[in-house]
Write a protein that binds this ligand. Structure first.
Ligand SMILES: [Zn+2]
Length: 349
């Protein structure tokens, strides 16, 4: 690297380097770090942008969804153009993040990452950021975190409220320990909506913790769980140490990481915020999207549109978005059985 580029880099990060507790050493450590962000929705957009602007060395991001108009109100990486082209969030995010900071290595995957995929993705990361919207995935992340001794930073929000906690193997109880002790989940943005300010508040807590950890300032991490409501002007922090279960299957004496071994069966679920069901086939397929689009267009039922990442099939009642790995989003229903039958009718078994 020549002197000029070095000077630009110093200027670029000068405002956080001048913050003495972070300093040059923190910046160098951040630059040597690799972070996995699970999800590229509201939380993932905000987390990734903050870390990439701050100068994280490598960021890997995984997401299963594509950009829609209702995302633009709070998912800060995306534009109208992304929604018009229904770009996969991971792809749109990568483009934007590379424009923001070309020095960062950005890796993205468009997929519904479950245990196997996430286990691959977390192999050489120093931190996992939770930007998911469901506890099923968080429990997988939790198992991976304690198995490989990589901290993960939980963040959740709905309506005007949010919650965050930094899970550290060996230092804190795990999510499995906390379930049943504290009310987690239940509400969805389907019913309660979500305000961008709640997102920003959660991700501020998450990324601050991330920067401390990556900068080697472990002693500065917050050791309690934080919960707030930005509309009602409430904020509480509480300790969770006592929730630690000695026989916990994830962080106890003889762990078996239950969420890593769950059978890989066809899964269908109603997605948060939309009249939509996701179908995930039992084993990953390799669909020829072009052939699928041709076949669907021969049906006298609707219209199939092919994009580089998916086939969008629209008929009178439903819209199907089908990805090359066989996963599909069925819009226009929240009935799992109906969605499965539509899937098998149009995509096959
Ligand atoms: Zn535990």
């Amino acid at each position: 690297m020549n002197e000029e580029t070095e000077q630009i880099r110093v200027d670029r990060y000068s405002r956080q380097i001048r913050f003495a507790p972070f300093g040059k050493e923190g910046q160098a450590r951040l630059r040597a770090s690799h972070v996995l962000v699970v999800g590229a929705g509201a939380l993932g957009s905000s987390i990734a942008e903050t870390l990439v602007r701050a100068g994280v060395g490598t960021l890997t991001m995984v997401d299963r969804d594509y950009v829609e108009w209702s995302n633009l109100q709070r998912q800060q990486l995306y534009t109208e153009n992304d929604a018009i082209h229904r770009l996969p969030k991971a792809i749109a995010a990568a483009q934007r993040l590379r424009e923001i900071n070309s020095e960062c290595r950005i890796h993205v995957s468009v997929m519904d990452a479950r245990a196997n995929e996430l286990e691959q993705l977390c192999q050489d990361v120093q931190l996992i950021m939770d930007a998911t919207d469901n506890f099923e995935t968080r429990l997988i992340v939790n198992d991976l975190s304690y198995k490989y001794r990589i901290p993960w930073i939980y963040g959740g929000c709905v309506g005007s409220s949010g919650v965050s906690f930094t899970f550290r193997p060996g230092a804190t109880p795990c999510l499995n320990c906390l379930l049943g002790h504290i009310p987690l989940g239940g509400d969805t943005c389907d019913v309660n909506g979500i305000l961008p300010q709640a997102v920003q508040m959660v991700t501020s807590h998450q990324t601050m913790e991330a920067m401390k950890w990556l900068a080697g300032q472990e002693h500065m991490l917050r050791d309690n769980m934080i919960s707030f409501d930005v509309w009602r002007n409430e904020q509480v922090a509480f300790r969770v140490d006592k929730a630690k279960k000695e026989d916990c299957p994830t962080c106890g004496g003889s762990p078996d990481y239950p969420y890593l071994s769950a059978a890989n069966v066809e899964k269908s679920e109603v997605l948060c915020g939309r009249d939509t069901v996701q179908i995930r086939p039992a084993s990953t397929k390799q669909l020829e999207l072009r052939l699928l689009a041709e076949r669907l267009n021969q049906l006298d039922d609707g219209t199939a549109t092919l994009t580089p990442y998916m086939v969008i099939y629209q008929n009178q009642h439903h819209r199907l978005v089908i990805f090359a790995d066989g996963r599909a989003l069925i819009h226009g229903t929240s009935d799992l059985a109906e969605a499965r039958s539509i899937y098998h009718k149009f995509v096959g078994g």
